[in-house]
Design a protein around this ligand. Structure first.
Ligand SMILES: [Zn+2]
Length: 170
């Protein structure tokens, strides 16, 4: 999947978490931003990805130590991040945003022909029975769907409010 699709999934996750915990506007934006970053972070193993170019040194080291879609796309890595967030007492809603953002990345990559090394260090590629080409129509459709859902969720409450006040007015 493209970086755009991953980011769109992350924003959707961050929005869902924020609505679930009824966060204020500041925490909602923070939740969306960190989930968005978490959703593209596993591609740090690709030196040419957006995150890889930003943190090029770290990206280069990870790529040469582990290779593509290995450590950073595994349950082990997500568990390590969870442990780190736990140690620094991350609030539960940010924790869920980050972990689910990363999970969304791994799940989406499992929908590509290449799959991921989910059980790293075991050298087993894991992917879903159905898979789609990165940058293809499904990839683009997913990005669009995630974006529409995010916008819908953000404005749903607003729509309801306007509709209700209109009905009461009549
Ligand atoms: Zn990836």
């Amino acid at each position: 999947m493209t970086g755009k699709t991953h980011a769109a999934a992350g924003l959707l996750v961050g929005t869902a978490v924020a609505l679930h915990f009824e966060l204020d506007i500041f925490k909602t934006v923070t939740s969306m931003v960190i989930a968005g970053i978490a959703s593209i972070f596993p591609d740090i193993c690709h030196t040419r990805s957006k995150i890889g170019r930003k943190l090029w040194l770290l990206s280069w080291i990870i790529k040469h130590l582990f290779g593509h879609r290995t450590l950073t796309h595994s349950i082990l890595f997500i568990a390590m991040i969870y442990g780190l967030l736990y140690v620094i007492h991350t609030p539960i809603y940010y924790m869920i945003s980050i972990i689910c953002g990363m999970l969304s990345h791994v799940i989406l990559d499992m929908l590509t022909p290449r799959g991921v090394h989910l059980l790293f260090p075991l050298p087993i590629r894991v992917r879903f029975p159905i898979h789609f080409k990165t940058g293809g129509l499904v990839d683009l459709s997913l990005a669009t769907t995630f974006s529409i859902l995010t916008i819908y969720m953000l404005f749903d409450e607003g729509f309801k409010y306007v509709l209700e006040s209109m009905l009461h007015y009549k």
